[in-house]
Design a protein around this ligand. Structure first.
Ligand code: URA
Length: 249
């Protein structure tokens, strides 16, 4: 949901300041009711917004896959002035925002969209579409530790749900490994905390898939539009997860 004056300004009606005046003058209707309150929140994807009797142009829905580099923050603004994912979206004219987040230190696949409905489904607080990461470990974790990751480890906000974990690469000479791990939740710094729980330090963490969408082929710092099929599959995956949650509740 967004403030009405912001949506009007983004639709090219006038400057934000001027849009506030237009609202106060009673020239704006939301779902056929005149709104004069400035803080009024609307869903630009679902609400019908009319200015001076004309419907404002609905923003085209866009769905992007972005390869977030390490050292970039997943937020629209950073008070500390660090680089944000939005700095990489300068060429995108629609107001996309990230679906969920990746840590500052984590790189890999991030989905951005202006489809609030799909974003909400994908960010369900308890159950998420599967997300796969490559975790680069210092030392080679014993197989029994991977079993623990799979069964669930105790974190300070509760035990993790069953996950998949397997070796993607093992280098005995360098004494390092890469573990491919798939989780079905989205807690804060979850993968890092899971490896802390098995006392295995990570040198790098990279997300390589988000539901049906793969990072493969996308250069660091670049984005691409999802294909129609990917969007469909993402929608289906989100609906399935939500359905299962309600069944289980
Ligand atoms: N788990 C983490 O620890 N970090 C991320 O960025 C995503 C998942």
């Amino acid at each position: 949901m967004e403030r009405l004056q912001k949506v009007l300004a983004a639709a090219g009606i006038a400057s934000r300041r001027k849009c506030e005046e237009i609202i106060q003058l009673g020239r704006v209707q939301v779902n056929e009711k005149t709104v004069t309150e400035l803080g009024f929140k609307v869903d630009p994807a679902a609400d019908e917004i009319v200015v001076d009797g004309k419907k404002i142009a609905q923003e085209k829905k866009v769905y992007l896959a972005f390869h977030k580099p390490k050292g970039v923050i997943t937020s629209v603004k950073d008070p500390e002035g660090r680089q944000t994912v939005m700095d990489y979206m300068k060429g995108v004219k629609e107001r996309v925002y990230p679906v969920g987040r990746l840590d500052y230190d984590t790189e890999g696949l991030l989905i951005l969209t202006n489809d609030g409905e799909l974003a909400n489904l994908l960010m369900h607080p308890r159950h998420h579409v599967p997300k796969t990461y490559l975790a680069y470990t210092k030392g080679i974790p014993h197989g029994s530790l991977l079993d623990k990751l799979k069964q669930g480890v105790q974190l300070d906000d509760g035990k993790t749900a069953p996950a998949e974990a397997e070796y993607a690469d093992v280098d005995t000479e360098k004494n390092v490994a890469v573990v491919r791990i798939t989780i079905h939740e989205g807690r804060n710094r979850q993968v890092r905390r899971m490896f802390e729980a098995i006392h295995t330090p990570l040198t790098k963490l990279k997300r390589i898939s988000f539901g049906p969408v793969l990072l493969e082929g996308l250069q660091r710092g670049k984005h691409r539009h999802l294909t129609k099929d990917e969007v469909e599959e993402l929608r289906r995956a989100a609906a399935e997860v939500t359905h299962n949650v309600h069944k289980g509740d």
